[in-house]
Design a protein around this ligand. Structure first.
Ligand SMILES: [Zn+2]
Length: 288
């Protein structure tokens, strides 16, 4: 009964409560920091806790020398994106005023949707390029290195790659003078979504899984066979995969030993993973 409840309601309930909390906070306070971050972290922790009760794959509950490394990835990358968006918006003061095309008189929900769509498309394009362009793949391979998926994997990325993924969308939003609070709201919601997307939680979104990048479709993207992983790139919306022909309707569950890279000697420490893209044979080792 509990497992069924978790399976059907955890995503809409936790993501919904976190999103509503962050948006209400924005309506009643001038500053989102640090409460929006704390709400997002509570959402991520809830995913981690629920995994213990209803795991998708019980064998993935066993740590693989990865928790400390992933905590570092989360801390560094979430801080970096926050810092980058603040710096970018200081710079926009020098952008000509006639470039500031943001529709400030549109309803809040419509403005938030524009932010979400621009950032999501940017993430999709950069993610797809990261599989095709060799030097980008060297940076992105870190994200594909886990041999189990769990709540902390969403932010396992090289910090340079985390910045590159968000850069086009963030720059465009800064140029058109999108309100900074909307970007902070969307990144906080996305943080909770990414924990779900990579979680070892047995949950389902039913037919909606064809439209949102939840674990049911995203686990396939982490398959060890590089050829299999060229689908389901979407971060939040699956609309880009469907439009550009990279959507794959997953028909069977991914098995416990099917994840990771062909290179089974991938470094496990944070520092080792930071250095990995700059080792001479890293591209060949991770794809071949
Ligand atoms: Zn990928």
């Amino acid at each position: 009964m509990l497992k069924k409840l978790i399976r059907l309601s955890s995503y809409p309930l936790i993501l919904g409560i976190c999103a509503a909390g962050i948006i209400l906070l924005d309506f009643h306070n001038d500053r989102l920091w640090p409460w929006s971050t704390l709400i997002a972290l509570a959402g991520v922790l809830a995913v981690g806790l629920l995994e213990r009760f209803a795991p998708f794959e019980p064998r993935w509950l066993q740590t693989q020398d990865d928790v400390l490394t992933d905590l570092w990835h989360n801390f560094i990358n979430l801080s970096l994106i926050q810092f980058a968006s603040v710096v970018l918006f200081v710079w926009t003061d020098s952008v000509p005023t006639d470039w500031r095309l943001w529709p400030t008189d549109w309803p809040f929900a419509a403005q938030l949707l524009i932010v979400a769509v621009i950032l999501d498309l940017s993430l999709y394009v950069m993610h797809r390029l990261s599989h095709d362009v060799n030097w980008l793949w060297k940076l992105h391979a870190i994200h594909h290195s886990p041999e189990r998926l769990y709540w902390l994997n969403g932010e396992r990325r090289h910090p340079v790659h985390a910045l590159l993924l968000a850069a086009p969308g963030l720059t465009l939003l800064a140029i058109v003078a999108a309100p900074q609070n909307l970007i902070a709201i969307w990144f906080a919601i996305l943080t909770v979504h990414l924990a779900f997307q990579h979680s070892n939680l047995d949950y389902t979104l039913g037919p909606l899984r064809k439209w949102l990048g939840v674990a049911e479709v995203h686990r396939w993207h982490h398959k060890r066979e590089f050829e299999d992983a060229q689908v389901n790139y979407g971060e939040f919306f699956m609309i880009w995969d469907r439009l550009f022909g990279t959507f794959y309707a997953v028909e069977r569950r991914v098995n416990a030993d099917e994840l990771g890279l062909r290179d089974r000697t991938f470094p496990r420490t944070y520092w080792g993973q930071l250095k990995y893209p700059f080792t001479t044979d890293s591209h060949a080792r991770s794809k071949a």
